[in-house]
Design a protein. Structure first.
Length: 262
């Protein structure tokens, strides 16, 4: 005699989507709360240290906030290789596919490093305040070339004085096509001006969890790969585009390998 099929409750249409939506709303609200609370902590520490401990704000408070936000979204980092230690000023670069990149990069705790970020982020007051304390260089759109040149020139002057490392993305904006975008010359011109090695970082976010320019994501693992330093001392300005394209080729190859499952 055939056994009766076990009955299972049937969820009303759209209920699972509603639960997912509410989960995302709570994660967004919790992330904003964490950012606000972190901003207050950073401000208090800044006052106590007379605004003179940028590395504390960035590498201790900021990195923990970045990883906490990723944890709220159920996201883990899988690091491939270690951050190369060259005991000197370096220029870190990476591809840029998602809003998640901000939290990934801050969470990596890159040593003695400032960041270039979009000036748009200053509209979010907690991020704007933390960015000021962490010494972030805010950029403007590509449509304002004169202003961008001044930003890079001023940043180069500051970095030469401090000897700090710096991070920026040669893509200049979030590329959500699923491929490696066009590389701008600013990152490479800056590295040559500083006579600093370039350390490529490749960030691979699976398509199903990547929210691109939106504010939602699904839990999962983000792969972060550290590549070997590229020394720029012998680079010539006349060959800048050649060097830019050769570095982009590294990212294209890494992107292909990850798409094919390494």
């Amino acid at each position: 005699m055939q056994e009766a099929a076990t009955s299972r409750p049937i969820s009303p249409p759209g209920l699972s989507r509603l639960k997912t939506s509410w989960r995302q709303v709570w994660r967004i609200l919790l992330s904003l709360l964490v950012a606000t609370f972190g901003c207050l902590i950073m401000m208090m520490v800044a006052v106590v240290t007379v605004f003179s401990a940028r590395r504390v704000y960035s590498e201790i408070i900021g990195s923990r906030l970045g990883r906490l936000v990723l944890r709220i979204w159920g996201i883990r980092l899988a690091l491939h290789g270690d951050i190369p230690r060259v005991n000197r000023q370096v220029v870190y670069i990476s591809n840029h596919t998602s809003t998640l990149d901000l939290f990934v990069l801050i969470g990596l705790c890159l040593p003695n490093t400032r960041f270039f970020l979009s000036g748009f982020l200053r509209k979010f007051i907690p991020i704007g305040i933390m960015g000021y304390l962490m010494g972030i260089f805010y950029t403007c759109p590509q449509s304002q070339p004169e202003k961008r040149r001044k930003i890079f020139k001023d940043a180069s002057r500051v970095l030469k004085q401090t000897g700090e490392s710096v991070y920026l993305s040669p893509e200049g904006e979030r590329v959500t096509t699923g491929e490696i975008g066009h590389f701008n010359k600013g990152s490479f011109h800056l590295a040559m001006d500083l006579q600093a090695p370039i350390i490529p970082i490749y960030i691979q976010i699976p398509k199903e969890m990547n929210f691109g320019k939106e504010w939602n994501a699904t839990p999962g693992v983000i792969n972060v790969s550290f590549e070997q330093p590229l020394f720029t001392e012998s680079w010539k300005l006349a060959e800048l585009e050649v060097h830019r394209d050769s570095v982009r080729d590294i990212y294209v190859e890494l992107h292909r390998k990850y798409k094919e499952g390494m």
